[in-house]
Design a binder for this molecule. Structure first.
Ligand SMILES: C[S@@+](CC[C@H](N)C(=O)[O-])C[C@H]1O[C@@H](n2cnc3c(N)ncnc32)[C@H](O)[C@@H]1O
Length: 378
């Protein structure tokens, strides 16, 4: 099977048509082989290995390897059970540190892929694989672990993010395993309201390559703070500190603009960030997709998503922006504004119309004004 998957990857990459690909594969396994091959191609940099076993669904929900590694290094469990392991990526990284681990999934194929992947990463021997519903008594009885982890499946059409809707529900996992341990770790939808979580522990918001990726909830025995944000792959970590004086103030745009990672905003750690950096920051803008701070000082910090220098302010109108960019020698402009995807390109075409310069501008919207900037370090 392994050789066939590799062959399929090669043929897809070369652009062979489906009939030709299938003609080279065993008929009864062709669908699965092709799906695994497509998933391997699509996975690109999600994993350090290119020979993993997964279907498209498994790939989509798999923990990114950088996140899996970070959490494993943080927890270093002696023994752990992943009660919804999927294709196994998170558990495999936990298992690197553990003496023993349990991999449970209700989907037999996913569990089979988890086994294959554990072999590839060299941790197969440490893991006990259990196919079944992790809320089922026979499954529960087989588990003896210090830590229970779950990254549950999320039904796509959840109207409101609620624990009850996750599969398996963390509420039920807790009830089922609480007689075994008090150390649980749950992956939760980052949008969930913290008040909805009925336990004490730490909410850790993970940012991966500049985008909010995960919310992990650690029960009290594993918690380090009430709330935290971690920026990966840099591993910059910020923790809540209720003793800090509130120094958040709002200002009009100053000379420098700093983009704050969403994870820091979601974790409500802007005040902590303002205390942490070497310089005085002010809030400028807080939107769903963008949080900006401003300062008259050039501040270097691993906590910023990006830093910009202000080069001009004009009316937020495509012709006015275009006029400014043309006069100031810009060749390209990237819009960092909240407009619908379909309007983005038409707006961008208008502001880039006739630009001949060398420089690249980043354009933000602030009330009815356009803030024109250049990225620092580009
Ligand atoms: C989001 S995926 C886990 C992905 C995993 N963290 C990884 O790195 O690949 C959730 C998994 O939960 C499994 N699942 C859902 N309900 C379950 C249950 N009651 N018992 C065991 N597994 C369950 C699904 O089959 C799915 O594979």
């Amino acid at each position: 099977m392994e050789d066939y998957i590799e062959l399929a990857v090669e043929m897809i990459r070369k652009g062979y048509d489906d009939r030709k690909i299938r003609s080279k594969l065993p008929r009864e396994k062709a669908d699965e082989i092709i799906e695994i091959a497509r998933a391997r191609i699509k996975a690109r940099d999600k994993f350090s290995r290119t020979d993993l076993w997964m279907d498209m669904d498994g790939l989509r929900y798999a923990t990114h390897e950088v996140v899996a590694k970070y959490r494993a290094q943080r927890v270093k469990p002696k023994s752990i059970a992943d009660v919804s392991c999927g294709i196994g990526i998170q558990l495999i990284f936990f298992a690197k540190y553990a003496r023993e681990a349990y991999a449970i999934d209700i989907d037999e194929r996913k569990l089979f892929y988890a086994e294959k992947n554990a072999e590839k990463y060299g941790v197969y021997e440490k893991i006990r694989f259990i196919h079944g519903d992790s809320l089922n008594r026979e499954v529960i009885e087989q588990v003896d672990a210090d830590v229970i982890f779950s990254d549950p499946a999320r039904p796509p059409e959840m109207p409101e993010r609620r624990l009850e809707d996750l599969l398996p529900s963390p509420l039920k996992v807790y009830e089922a395993y609480r007689h075994k341990t008090d150390a649980f770790i749950f992956d939760l939808p980052p949008q969930i309201r913290r008040e909805k979580i009925p336990w004490k522990g730490e909410f850790e918001y993970i940012d991966l390559f500049g985008a909010l990726n995960r919310l992990t909830f650690y029960f009290e025995p594993l918690a380090k703070a009430e709330r935290s944000a971690v920026l990966l792959p840099a591993k910059a970590r910020l923790e809540s500190n209720p003793d800090l004086e509130n120094i958040i103030e709002w200002r009009e745009p100053l000379e420098y603009i700093y983009e704050i990672p969403q994870a820091i905003d979601y974790a409500d750690l802007i005040n902590e960030l303002f205390h942490k950096v070497n310089g005085t920051l002010y809030m400028l803008l807080r939107e769903k997709r963008r949080v900006l701070a401003t300062s008259s000082e050039k501040i270097k910090s691993e906590y910023f998503k990006r830093a910009y220098i202000l080069t001009g302010i004009t009316k937020f109108h495509p012709l006015r922006i275009n006029d400014f960019l043309r006069k100031n020698d810009y060749g390209r402009a990237t819009l960092r504004v909240s407009i619908a995807d379909n309007a983005y390109w038409s707006f961008r075409r208008k502001i880039e119309n006739g630009l001949k310069g060398e420089k690249r501008a980043f354009v933000f919207q602030y009330r009815d004004k356009a803030i024109i900037t250049e990225a620092i370090g580009d």
